[in-house]
Design a protein around this ligand. Structure first.
Ligand SMILES: C[S@@+](CC[C@H](N)C(=O)[O-])C[C@H]1O[C@@H](n2cnc3c(N)ncnc32)[C@H](O)[C@@H]1O
Length: 486
């Protein structure tokens, strides 16, 4: 019935795609993702924009110096530890909030964010916060966006601040100085006179307006989620949940990346929620066609999807058609371990019987448009983390918000089978994905799924290269710099 496309899909770039109206993250959609997002909100103190700073920045635009960034030895850090899933996630969330983000602006911001010069600059600044003062390098970056006539927005300022690891207030200062200088140049004497007369006429009103504008801007900055601060404030320390599984690495010294484990799918604010018309159940009287046997093992893997009984049905939780919903969603017998040549993987510490439910695939459900925004960055960093949902409606992104299924590696002879399933609703746009054992799996075996792509499609994790040929050279350079290539 359903046609499952179960591959961790490497996205292709669509140059024709333009993002015109992407809503901001400030909406009232109450879903699990939003709740979790809001619970992390917290106010932070923003220093008032200081006029002296603005004047200094103004002078800087005229008399700026090029910063001297000492060459950082390659061994000090590597690219993978720099572009952690968390940093990438914070970055893309920031981009998604730019209401007028076009493909061109998306490309431009991403190129700057991952470019060697800015990686190097940020890392240096992070470790030596007082060493680089106002620099031409930074001013030129703001100039680039200013003079390309990108519309001013708090989100764009935040994105630029993430590229250069400076506070949004600092970036705004540069932007305002450019604005001031540009407007001064454009003004002829008569306009200047009119302005002065206006100021004399309504001095108090103008001051009032300016004050209100600044207050509004500061309020907006304060609304900006604390999570993002990590992108520009070296004092910020990530506070993420502990990993609920055991982790084992006897291959190298790599630590598991910082991730947010979730126990239910998160729904991106732009996706909406399942249609209530699809909330229905059965009487359970004539429903003998369950896919499970009396031991709760899957007996039919040829079915398009599993429709478990739910709160709309006449049965209760003991019904034999409630296997997945009654299973433990954090099976401690599974372990994340380091494989020899596939990065991290998952293995089972206890034998698993054929037909057993093993895990659900969890992540953030995003729509096509959001996945296109994210794919620009993922393509540049060669990150493969999409799992297509059925019928091409939505995608599931598990690069950062994930469960243990994020670590399932591919095998053409996989021991897990992938089956879509539904419990409370039957809206195919929000189908859930379950993994069952296709055969008995001995203890300590790696568990794998078939991504339905050829093995040759995998580059060894440690030599990832850009899918984007324009950035290939630059990325080669970054990889070399980061110690990945000789
Ligand atoms: C969903 S992730 C699996 C977890 C991944 N191994 C890790 O360390 O994060 C998919 C990525 O794992 C790697 N991978 C999965 N199966 C592989 C295989 N059979 N051979 C080589 N690499 C594989 C590829 O880099 C792929 O992009």
């Amino acid at each position: 019935m359903t046609k499952m496309n179960n591959k961790f899909n490497k996205k292709k770039k669509d140059n024709n795609n333009q993002f015109t109206t992407i809503k901001t993250t400030n909406n009232n959609n109450s879903n699990s993702y939003q709740n979790s997002y809001n619970s992390r909100r917290s106010n932070r103190i923003i220093k008032n924009i200081n006029n002296n700073n603005l004047n200094n920045l103004n002078n800087l635009i005229i008399n700026s110096t090029i910063p001297i960034i000492p060459t950082i030895p390659i061994s000090e850090y590597n690219l993978k530890s720099y572009f952690t899933p968390r940093i990438v996630y914070l970055w893309i969330k920031n981009l998604e909030s730019i209401t007028y983000l076009t493909q061109e602006l998306n490309e431009r911001l991403n190129s700057d964010f991952i470019s060697l010069e800015w990686v190097r600059f940020r890392e240096y600044l992070k470790n030596n916060p007082d060493q680089i003062t106002d620099s031409n390098f930074e001013v030129n970056l703001v100039k680039k966006y200013y003079f390309l006539n990108y519309e001013y927005s708090i989100e764009l300022i935040q994105a630029i601040s993430a590229i250069m690891f400076r506070s949004p207030i600092y970036v705004k200062g540069i932007w305002d100085s450019l604005d001031k200088k540009n407007n001064n140049n454009n003004n002829d004497d008569s306009t200047a006179m009119t302005n002065i007369n206006d100021i004399l006429d309504s001095n108090s009103k103008i001051l009032q307006d300016v004050y209100e504008k600044i207050t509004q801007i500061e309020k907006k900055f304060m609304e900006f989620d604390l999570q993002y601060e990590e992108l520009w404030n070296f004092k910020f320390i990530a506070n993420v949940n502990a990993i609920p599984y055991s982790i084992f690495n006897d291959v190298d010294s790599e630590k598991l990346p910082i991730l947010e484990f979730t126990f239910e799918n998160l729904i991106h604010w732009d996706v909406g929620s399942p249609d209530e018309d699809y909330n229905y159940g059965c009487t359970c009287k004539d429903n003998f066609d369950y896919p499970f046997n009396k031991n709760g093992k899957l007996i039919r893997s040829d079915i398009g999807a599993i429709y478990e009984c739910n709160s709309f049905c006449g049965c209760n939780f003991t019904c034999p058609n409630r296997i997945i919903q009654n299973s433990n969603n954090c099976n401690k017998n599974l372990q994340i371990f380091k494989t020899e040549n596939k990065g991290w993987g998952v293995r089972t510490l206890k034998p698993i019987k054929e037909g057993s439910f093993v895990m659900e695939h969890l992540g953030e459900i995003i729509n096509h448009q959001t996945s296109e925004i994210r794919s620009v960055c993922y393509d540049k960093l060669n990150i493969m983390t999409y799992f297509d949902l059925d019928y091409g409606y939505n995608k599931k992104n598990s690069n950062y918000w994930c469960n243990i299924s994020r670590f399932l590696n591919h095998s053409c002879d996989a021991n897990l089978v992938t089956i879509p399933f539904f419990v409370e609703h039957k809206d195919i746009r929000f189908q859930r994905i379950a993994f069952f054992a296709q055969r008995d799996i001995p203890k300590n075996s790696e568990i794998t799924v078939d991504y339905k792509i050829h093995d040759d499609d995998f580059l060894p994790i440690s030599s990832a290269e850009s899918a984007d040929s324009e950035n290939r050279d630059e990325l080669e350079e970054v990889l070399e710099y980061a110690g990945y290539k000789k």
